[in-house]
Ligand binder design. Structure first.
Ligand SMILES: *Cc1c(COP(=O)(O)O)cnc(C)c1O
Length: 432
């Protein structure tokens, strides 16, 4: 199994957090997102424990909540003592409605509107991660009108290609995100931000990409960022308080993905950061990291029901399910790999090669290609797609006017519905 919270019970059914997924599919109907709350908490604790232990007490992981944003997730993050990243007023609103304290909220995005900026400030947002000169002007202006001095950190592009997919590689010089060190843009914007009266520059952020397995990427990133911090100190006398190293440790979607020891990785990065700081004669900044996927991905799985099995002799076989790109667009978007299984036939031999496709009217509505299943697969069977806790519900749409599935959270003692299934009324809610 790709994650230790998965198993097979005496009935030959797939279990998540020790619970029979086939029974849960019957009880809640499909499509259905299941999440394992203990796994989320364990992942949070891995980051918090390791960061405090190796970087010191002023270090803090921020949950990048675009990975999965709904009230229960913010509540769990708050209980575990995480900070959070948000990327829109909708996420701020959701976090706030779950009573998440706004001081440790970081507002990301390459194009925040004046409305966004005002809304965030009125709600007491901790930090903006500023990503353009226009944004800095707007924050300074609005902050002045409101008689505030707003904390910001600036997004810097260290110029690193983390060898992941292009769609999730964001640290390269030509990225739409950040100010590049290499072109001098980063230095210019620091000077500019320091000249603004209603802004407090608290430090720097960088994020080189997602699904990173290679710890070298973080060494290189930290190395470049610390050199930059030392440079800003010598040029402007500026002392950096916060250095945010970004997110992106990889998770296992398929068997061949490596297992990452996150604690050991953080320990190594911390050692390197401390050595580099002493070499550069700068104080070690308060470190932030912002994992999203590696907090929630392996807590989740999606259950579907098979509707049809179509065999096109000598060409291809299709297994159609009652969900698809509307609840998981990631294969359609960038060919993401997933482990797929027939949850009620876990002990049967898998010798039937097929594509698992959704119910949307779109040829690209594919969940996964080249899946091996038991040849007995048929209408009514339960299909499980593993590791869907991140970027599934949060990317889900109502395409074809399909209702978004519910999220049922499995706990130590039982389960609760964290997000309800959308109703037909929800679908027409905004139609006049
Ligand atoms: C998406 C994102 C993250 C989280 O990436 P994961 O792969 O989910 O860990 C962190 N920081 C920023 C700026 C992001 O855009």
């Amino acid at each position: 199994m790709i994650c230790e919270n998965l198993g097979i019970n005496h009935m030959g059914n797939l279990t998540l957090a020790g619970r029979d997924t086939v029974e849960l599919a019957k009880k809640y109907q499909t499509p259905l997102f299941l999440m394992d709350e203990e796994r989320i908490r364990k992942n949070y604790r891995t980051y918090i424990g390791a960061m405090k232990k190796y970087f010191g007490d002023d270090a803090l992981p921020l949950y990048a909540s675009k990975a999965a944003s709904f009230r229960a997730i913010y509540k769990i993050a708050m209980e575990e003592g995480m900070g959070i990243d948000v990327v829109s007023c909708g996420e701020i609103y959701t976090a706030k409605s779950a009573n998440f304290p706004m001081e440790e909220v970081y507002f990301h995005g390459n194009n925040k509107t004046d409305f966004d900026i005002k809304y965030a400030m009125e709600n007491g947002i901790g930090y903006f991660v500023a990503d353009s000169r226009e944004e800095i002007d707007a924050i300074d202006g609005i902050s002045g009108e409101m008689n505030l001095c707003q904390n910001i950190i600036i997004r810097i592009t260290p110029g690193i290609d983390p060898h992941t997919y292009d769609a999730v590689a964001t640290g390269k010089v030509d990225s739409k995100f950040g100010f590049a060190i290499a072109t001098g843009a980063a230095e210019d914007i620091v000077k500019y931000a320091l000249s603004k009266k209603n802004i407090k520059l608290c430090g720097f952020h960088c994020h080189v990409g997602s699904q990173v397995f290679d710890s070298d990427v973080y060494f290189k990133t930290a190395d470049i960022m610390l050199e930059f911090i030392a440079d800003m100190k010598s040029k402007f006398g500026y002392e950096t308080e916060i250095l945010n190293l970004g997110g992106g440790y990889g998770v296992r979607y398929i068997e061949s993905d490596p297992v990452i020891d996150i604690e050991a990785n953080i320990a190594q990065v911390a050692k390197m950061v401390k050595e580099k700081c002493s070499e550069l004669r700068i104080d070690v900044p308060a470190i932030r990291m912002e994992p999203g996927r590696s907090i929630v991905a392996d807590s989740g799985l999606t259950l579907y029901t098979v509707g049809s099995v179509k065999v096109i002799p000598e060409y291809k076989n299709y297994v159609s399910i009652d969900g698809g790109m509307a609840d998981n667009p990631r294969f359609a978007l960038y060919g993401s790999e997933y482990t797929v299984a027939v949850a009620n036939k876990m002990n049967e031999e898998c010798d039937f090669l097929c594509s698992v496709v959704g119910r949307c009217c779109e040829c690209g509505d594919i969940i996964q290609e080249n899946v091996q299943m038991p040849s007995s697969v048929k209408r009514g069977d339960t299909i499980a797609v593993m590791t869907t806790g991140a970027y599934n519900y949060s990317m889900a749409s109502n395409y074809n006017r399909l209702q978004r599935p519910p999220i049922v959270m499995l706990t130590k003692t039982g389960e609760y519905t964290a997000v309800e299934r959308e109703s037909f009324e929800d679908i027409i809610k905004n139609d006049l």
